[in-house]
Design a protein around this ligand. Structure first.
Ligand code: FAD
Length: 310
């Protein structure tokens, strides 16, 4: 007699088991940081400050402010960071790049930050200006992020974060050489790395294994990008070497004109991602907020973050 096909419940009960995800009740509060970009005009400035005020009560370890391509936002980044120091309870981190400036100019920016009370720099090489075929160090400038880290160490006792690429920097010779350069940035004095965003949790976890095998022991904080505009993320990912899994595309399929549903899907996707990371022991998260607080707030809440009193 033929064995009857399994009924629905049998199929469910014999399927692969994943997890367990930690119980929400047992989750220790995560360590959070939030990234903003400096505003281009008055309206965007209001949006940014509404975003900062909304996220401030969650008590992040730090909030970072990006430095526009080619140093184009030098003044605006500085103003934003200085205002965060003066007007909020937050600890700011200023992004700083090597592009388009001499060492002396970059050093001066760093000294200004130190004088303004800023103690944390996110030190980056920066991307070539739009239209340039490839990155060329500025004559007399810092060539790579590693050199910038060393320069900052000479200036003051900054806390220094650097960038890391779980899917390998697009210009790297190989994944292994990219990791060697990450190690060099850390050996030069960086205290943590923050990753490019990724959507496939396995990619990040395998990257941690490779970092550890190289002797890297500082935190490699996952960069989390809540996807509010899928089409834009897809374009940007192609430039920065982050892969967009087919399942993610499928999730946003047909929602081009439906922002409300898109946002709910985005929150669910990011919440699943961070819960999976938490289940794997990760307890620090850096959110690319894109100056929009709601998705980040909701996801941080799911992670166990609650507004601090007072
Ligand atoms: P590096 O670590 O210097 O590496 C860049 C490439 O050069 C890699 O391929 C690496 O393998 C190779 N390399 C490194 N050292 C050497 C060496 N000594 N010799 C030869 N090759 C070497 N960009 C901005 O303009 N403004 C920002 O505010 C900003 N914020 C960012 C924040 C985060 C968390 C991340 C991950 C990226 C950010 N970027 C920003 C983008 C970043 O500037 C680009 O990805 C840039 O192309 C690389 O910067 P890096 O500091 O990671 O480079």
């Amino acid at each position: 007699m033929d064995t009857p096909p399994p009924n629905t419940l049998q199929r469910w009960l014999t399927g692969p088991r994943v997890g367990p995800l930690p119980s929400h009740a047992e989750m220790p509060p995560p360590k959070l940081s939030f990234e903003f970009f400096p505003p281009k005009n008055e309206k965007l400035e209001q949006d940014l400050w509404a975003c900062i005020r909304r996220l401030e009560p969650l008590g992040p370890r730090f909030v970072s402010v990006t430095y526009g391509a080619g140093g184009s936002t030098r003044a605006r980044t500085h103003e934003t960071v200085a205002r965060i120091v003066k007007e909020t309870s937050l600890t700011p981190a200023a992004h700083l790049t090597c592009v388009g400036a001499t060492r002396e100019e970059v050093d001066e920016v760093a000294r200004d930050y130190w004088a303004a009370g800023v103690r944390h720099i996110v030190a980056l090489r920066g991307d070539p200006p739009a239209g340039a075929a490839r990155y060329e160090p500025h004559p007399g400038g810092y060539a790579q992020a590693e050199d910038l880290v060393r320069g900052l160490r000479r200036i003051a006792d900054f806390d220094i974060s650097v960038g890391a690429y779980p899917e390998t920097h697009p210009a790297a010779l190989s994944p292994d050489s990219d990791l060697d350069f990450l190690k060099r940035k850390i050996d030069a004095g960086a205290t943590r790395a923050i990753t490019q965003y990724f959507f496939d949790t396995d990619v990040y976890l395998r990257f941690l294994d490779r970092c550890l095998a190289k002797g890297i022991t500082v935190p490699i904080v996952p960069g989390i990008l809540p996807v509010s505009n899928f089409a834009q993320v897809k374009r940007f990912s192609a430039m920065c070497g982050a892969s967009v899994p087919a399942w993610l595309e499928k999730l946003f399929e047909g929602l081009e004109e439906d922002e409300g549903t898109r946002r709910m899907v985005a929150a669910t996707v990011a919440a699943e991602q961070v819960r999976l990371l938490q289940a794997n022991g990760v307890d620090e998260f850096h959110f690319y907020t894109l100056n929009r607080p709601d998705l980040t707030y909701a996801i941080a809440h799911i992670l166990g973050a609650r507004p601090k009193q007072g």
